[in-house]
Design a protein around this ligand. Structure first.
Ligand SMILES: Cc1ncc(COP(=O)(O)O)c(C=O)c1O
Length: 410
């Protein structure tokens, strides 16, 4: 039977084109994935999870496998409530919504706050999946730079003043990753947090606070979640992906009850995988959580140090970066004339992947940046991967500057 070619069909225009990010499609077995923002697989709590899964089936299977309306296991909500308190966030249970990872939380926030043509302000760089969600919501995206202290709130303030003066649109929300930014690695200072919260109050917009990494803290320094500063105007998002495992696809949203009630309306199929939630509930019951995150933080801290040293010795003064206080990433800044997309393939052929800078920006910019991730790979792979990457970069530089390929010498 002949089928009409897809070209003749018009899919919904709001679906954005999805360029492949970095060289994440490479699947050679010995490939070193400095591109993957994945958790370290050897630190998944496998033993506890298998016990938890057994008990979820044997003790709770008959309810957990049933349709559940909009409810999930209360235990998860209570766990989130208690853990949030450790970070100063007070929330009633109806203010907590379990989501299909925090990416779904971003998407829900966009869908309940935005009409097509509404304005969203983001950091540049920003998280690529968030940019995709905002494009799919047909929002107008405006970005503001970050520096060592996080989002340049002073520039946001100037833009708000200007918008008010010229009767231009105020954003419906600002999307930010204040703690251990992806990809920037930077953290918003307490002063800037306070100012951003004041601005949201004064100018009547929401803040979507994406807090995926704050449990992975290498310094002990603490920063107040934006939610604690302005609970009525912050949609707080977090995830089990970085602290348990991303394959669970479970995260959560905390917000004013009226916001959560709207968000619930979007969960058309009922709550997010109640059966998976039940496994997680059983796990959280038996996992010494603080010890677990301390172990993760220690591991990632060590990985960060190894990667930072490897970058310094392989790249010398060809790159600068901020040493992150937590999270998964080091964000390299090359000379302005460098385009990291131009040696992506060269690096992939030599056996290493990274994410080129442009993937993190709403506009065509950021070409001289690259994101490396230290969480997924082993110590040995970090050392080898950074070295290979430097070889690829120096080969590209020689070619770019002199039109020849020579050996690396710092
Ligand atoms: C800032 C940020 N938010 C959200 C996510 C996605 O988390 P989830 O797996 O919960 O969807 C990531 C994952 O890389 C992230 O870096």
């Amino acid at each position: 039977m002949m089928t009409t070619p897809f070209e003749a069909f018009s899919f919904a225009k709001r679906i954005p084109s999805t360029p492949s990010i970095g060289s994440t499609t490479v699947t050679k077995p010995d490939h070193i994935h400095l591109s993957f923002g994945f958790a370290a697989p050897h630190l998944f709590p496998i033993e506890e999870l298998s016990q938890a899964a057994y008990e979820a089936v044997s003790l709770h299977g008959r309810t957990a496998l049933q349709y559940s309306g909009s409810g999930g296991p209360r235990k998860i909500l209570e766990w989130i409530q208690n853990r949030s308190l450790v970070h100063g966030i007070q929330a009633e249970l109806p203010q907590i919504l379990v989501t299909y990872g925090s990416t779904q939380g971003i998407d829900i926030a966009a869908r309940i706050l935005l009409d097509p043509g509404d304005h969203v302000w983001v950091e540049s760089p920003s998280f690529f999946s968030a940019l995709q969600a905002f494009r799919a919501a047909e929002a107008v995206i405006t970005s503001f730079p970050i520096d060592e202290d996080g989002l340049r709130v002073d520039l946001v303030e100037n833009a708000l003043l200007e918008a008010r003066r010229q009767n231009k649109p105020i954003p419906k929300f600002v999307y930010t990753m204040p703690t251990y930014h992806n990809p920037g690695g930077v953290t918003l200072t307490t002063e800037r947090r306070a100012r951003l919260a004041e601005l949201a109050e004064t100018y009547n917009f929401f803040i979507v606070e994406d807090d995926a990494y704050s449990e992975l803290n290498f310094t002990g320094n603490k920063y107040p979640p934006l939610y604690t500063l302005l609970p009525g105007r912050v949609i707080y998002l977090n995830t089990f992906s970085k602290i348990i495992g991303p394959g669970l696809r479970l995260g959560w949203m905390i917000a004013d009850r009226r916001v959560i009630d709207k968000a619930r309306l979007l969960n058309l199929g009922g709550s997010i995988g109640v059966f998976t939630q039940e496994i997680l509930a059983q796990l959280l019951d038996r996992l010494a959580f603080q010890e677990h995150v301390d172990q993760l933080s220690q591991h990632y801290h060590k990985q960060r140090d190894i990667m930072a040293e490897a970058i310094k010795s392989s790249f010398g003064d060809h790159v600068t970066f901020h040493l992150p206080e937590g999270g998964f990433y080091i964000w390299l800044r090359f000379g302005e004339a460098v385009n990291t997309s131009d040696f992506l393939r060269e690096a992939a052929e030599r056996g290493v992947s990274f994410v080129d800078g442009k993937s993190f920006f709403a506009k065509p910019e950021g070409y001289h940046y690259a994101r490396l991730c230290f969480s997924y790979v082993s110590e040995e792979q970090i050392l080898r991967g950074v070295n290979i990457l430097a070889d690829a970069y120096f080969a590209y530089e020689e070619q770019r500057l002199f039109g020849v390929t020579k050996q690396r010498h710092l």
